[in-house]
Ligand binder design. Structure first.
Ligand code: LLP
Length: 435
């Protein structure tokens, strides 16, 4: 199934695979996240194939989309996982992940999390500071095991993405500078609890060109060579995630382009195993958020608002990063235009009006789209927010005491609930006993 056939209009109605959006919304209510099994599988397969010339372990980034049914589906397809907390590790294990395919990154791993990961026998830790490496060494010694680690290098490369999701630049909290990494590797060679096996980078997200990866690897590969010459057994190179997707319908580099760009570096690194950590590429386009219009509101100040039942607590990306998500009514005779741009004011042949699509949360920053050209919407209409599968539900919150949305997984014509809509009872569950 081609990407653009997964979420598409047939006879004026939006479908995810073989399931009509309107039926899903009626059955499970709104707001509701809807994911395509076919597209999740297809994207996993595609990125794995792009890197197939190496022995590549794909570690799906749990933070992008953490529902255990989705992790299970990917684990069954052969995926490993990139976790950044004990909670994410727990989710992956509950989903049936093979611990030998789990890598653990993050700048603040606690001793408890380190112990948990060691007991479960994960593949390796991506270490982000000297203090953390010491902590891992200590915990591993106490447990009588040896922890496999990769040093997460901060190569000081600008990935040219949003400032808040830039991680490979010097001055951010992530990773260890090349010089420090070399020094630390030398010292840690004598520590009994850790075994340095790899180098890790993750530059930022999303990265719309291959060039930052090339520039980073041009620094990292010589480091690997030097470490090896000094006696370290570096046999794993993890190039992180950041592989972009299209949010507008416009073309973006496919995974083969990233693989081709880094090919000579990966060869030169002579690492037996290559690790990649895609999140957005696998889950981003594979999920949409369905929301119903509650009210139209036209003001004397010349503004037109479409107020819907999804809000910033359900999808924070627009307000947090100024992110653009395509948005279109689930019933539309003309279907959705191929490309929808942020600055677009109308579409050929489709009458539109300029609106702000907002939620019920009490903040001016609560919006899903601003100044967006959309066909006229009325109360009760169903609206789809596309490409919300990554960093959508996983970043949602209970702000304004809003129960979090339901999640539904579609497989062909079938669909099933994979997370029930939270209840008011769920909201106070952890507090009630202390009243
Ligand atoms: N590996 C590490 C160590 C990461 O920190 C991340 C994402 C990934 C892999 C996966 O990156 P991806 O392939 O999904 O680009 N909330 C932001 C994105 C934050 C990304 C954080 N790290 C957003 O909504 O755009």
């Amino acid at each position: 199934m081609a990407d653009d056939e997964t979420f598409c209009y047939r006879d004026g109605e939006l479908y995810c695979e073989g399931a009509a959006a309107e039926r899903i919304a009626e059955q499970y209510g709104t707001p509701c996240y809807v994911y395509s099994t076919a597209l999740l599988r297809e994207r996993f397969k595609r990125i794995r194939q792009a890197f197939a010339q190496w022995d590549t372990l794909v570690c799906f980034s749990v933070k992008s989309c953490a529902n255990v049914s989705i992790l299970k589906l990917l684990a069954q397809a052969g995926s490993g996982f990139d976790a950044v907390s004990g909670g994410e590790l727990y989710r992956a294990l509950v989903a049936g992940a093979d611990p030998e395919k789990i890598v653990f990154a993050g700048v603040g791993k606690t001793a408890g999390e380190i112990e948990y990961a060691l007991q479960e026998g994960i593949l390796m830790f991506n270490v982000e500071s000297r203090a953390e490496l010491e902590a891992i060494n200590e915990v591993a010694d106490r447990l009588g095991v040896r922890a496999r680690v990769a040093i997460r290098v901060n190569p000081d490369i600008d990935p040219r993405t949003h400032e808040k999701t830039t991680t490979g630049k010097g001055g951010t909290k992530f990773g260890i500078g090349i010089d420090e990494a070399e020094k630390l590797a030398g010292e840690a060679a004598g520590w009994s609890g850790v075994e340095l096996r790899g180098i890790h980078i993750h530059l930022g997200s999303p990265i719309y060109s291959t060039e930052p990866y090339e520039r980073a690897l041009a620094k990292v590969v010589p480091l690997i060579e030097r470490l090896r010459a000094a006696g370290c057994r570096i046999d794993r190179l993890n190039i992180g995630g950041g592989f972009c997707i299209s949010y507008t319908g416009e073309a973006t580099p496919p995974p083969q382009e990233y693989a081709a760009a880094v090919e000579s570096y990966l060869e030169k690194s002579a690492c037996a195993v290559i690790i990649i950590e895609p999140g957005r590429y696998i889950a981003g386009n594979a999920g949409m958020l369905l929301t119903r219009v509650i009210y139209r509101k036209e003001t004397q100040f010349g503004k037109r608002f479409i107020i819907c039942d999804a809000a910033m607590n359900d999808l924070v990306r627009p307000t947090l990063y100024g992110a653009f998500h395509r948005l279109w009514p689930a019933r539309s005779e003309e279907g959705m235009p191929q490309v929808v741009l942020a600055e677009q004011e109308g579409f050929d042949g489709i009458p539109t009006e300029l609106v702000d699509v907002v939620g019920p949360v009490c903040e001016n920053g609560d919006f899903l789209a601003r100044a967006r050209a959309l066909p006229r919407l009325e109360a009760g209409d169903l609206l789809a927010v596309f490409d919300a599968g990554a960093y959508g539900f996983s970043m949602s919150s209970n702000y304004n005491a809003r129960p979090r949305a339901a999640e539904v997984l579609v497989d062909g014509p079938e669909h099933r609930l994979i997370r029930h809509r939270e209840t008011y009872g769920d909201l106070v569950g952890p507090e009630r006993q202390f009243m």
